[in-house]
Design a binder for this molecule. Sequence first.
Ligand code: M6R
Length: 601
Amino acid sequence: MCGIVGYIGNTNATPILINALKKLEYRGYDSAGIAVLDKEDIVVRKCKGMIKSLEAKIADEVISGTMGIGHTRWATHGEPSDVNSHPQTNVSGTIAVVHNGIIENYAEIKSWLQNQGVVFRSETDTEVIAHLLNYHYEKTQKDIFKAVLKTLNHLEGSYALGVLCKDFPDRIIVARKDSPLVVGLGNGENFMGSDVPALLEHTREVHFLNDHEVAVLYRDRIDLFTDKGEKLIRKPFHVDWDIAAAEKNGYEHFMMKEIHEQPKALLDTFKLWNEIDLKDSWKDVQRIVITACGTAYHAGVVGKYAFEQFTRIPVEVDVASEYRYRNPVCSKNDAFIVISQSGETADTLAAVRLAKSHGSRILAITNCVGSTLSREADEVIYTRAGPEIAVASTKAFTTQLMCMYMLALKTAEIRGTMSKTELEKNLTELATISEKAQEIVDNKETIQKFAARQFNKNKVFFMGRLYDYAVSLESALKLKEIAYTHSESFAAGELKHGPIALVDNSTLVVAIATQKKLYEKLASNIKEVATRGASTLAITTDHSGLFDNTVDETFVIPETFDAFSPMLSVIPAQLFAYYCSIQRGNNPDKPRNLAKSVTVE
Ligand code: M6R
């Protein structure tokens, strides 16, 4: 969950590396560093803190090399500190390495190297790579390419690596296993990074590296190899993202921009309807298993309700980190739906590999073209959310929901569990979701004012029934992530079975109330918490004023079919989390302890 970058060309590498790192800061931001080959020497500058601390550190220096590597860190081994920052080097400082991932056998390699007399400076797993490279460099008569291959052979775990060697001023070597890595082709210059935004300013022609692949970046070309040294020939992939889509466009934070992009993202994703062409095998599916992590898991919970409602196929939904370890019952007749914004989440990928090994067919819903998930799945549906930069997921979630509904409806269509008229009605309603989402975003000041009054609450509970329960899960997660408020979610019917003991006058309870046949039941639940002193808010599709006498405040959202309401009711909850985060002085784009892409277990 770090970001790595690299540049080799004919202009000053330092500003290029710094700018590329800024594009990856969402991946980790507790320390940053660069290594630049300047004249004869590798100059390493690194420090604890965000990239702006690194910039301040080098502000008065002239580092004029034209090739280098960089890193923005989310600490795993060793606390954030100057010495634990990357790049890490061999003892003589002639080889520098940046790394994203975890070397699982680092302790073993470290003690072996220590027995050879190597003195370690940091607590990182990455430092073993630098020293191991040095060892093999000497053993291979100073052939850095061979040294990299030999080093990779010893590493267990995950890595995206960038290697710079003082004796090879014409190349940067990169390698990948279980951590994303992309190399970009320029004109007389080439680039590498953990993700496309790091490269986009310079090139749209890229190679996404696969696991066990190595690339050597020269100024005039990029050579691809397997990690056994066999040459690979592959056409580059053209990235057609709009560069502005990866910038803030005048918004103070990416998260706010991304909340505002939801109407468009929902419409763009809905337009995929005619392109979704499910394989015939979907006709015989006997069970659906959905697995994902975090927000994507919440999209899975909604998906379960929708699939069971529209298709009557039994659905199981599980968090990927549980699924992979619980010896699940898998079968060839299962359809396995995997949801992941990044397509790089380690637990999610492990669950996919497990299901695949049992013969399940994998359908992936992801936002990232070329991601590992998209390459390992049998079928892929891409959400049309555009790049999501803020750590807290918003537009990726609502577009995942749109995909789940379309998938459930398609399945109902091919299995004949829904009449044509019903299907048409549902599609007509889905087509209106975008403008309804716009109405909510346009009314954001109401939520802003509510947050200004409530942001100091130290306990916030979200409750709902059926689809609203799934939205409660997501709403509580958003508030935890960016406001650092203790928030929980409950199926409203569960209140009396325990959680109500927590309710007092320091509690805010937000009721999500969009399931028409359950309005009255929820109104009773609200009364129960209000009687015990809680402040209350209802986010509801009821326009009759039913909740007005039971809650302190009501936020009315446009009506839609009960099943589709999560795409709308979650938006006020996202806004509430955003405004609470701002009120508390946090940076909603870069919440503490979190990273956008969780590529380690
Ligand atoms: O990239 P993925 O969708 O696989 O990520 C899964 C979770 O890590 C992610 O949804 C996380 O919970 C977000 N920070 C939520 O806002």
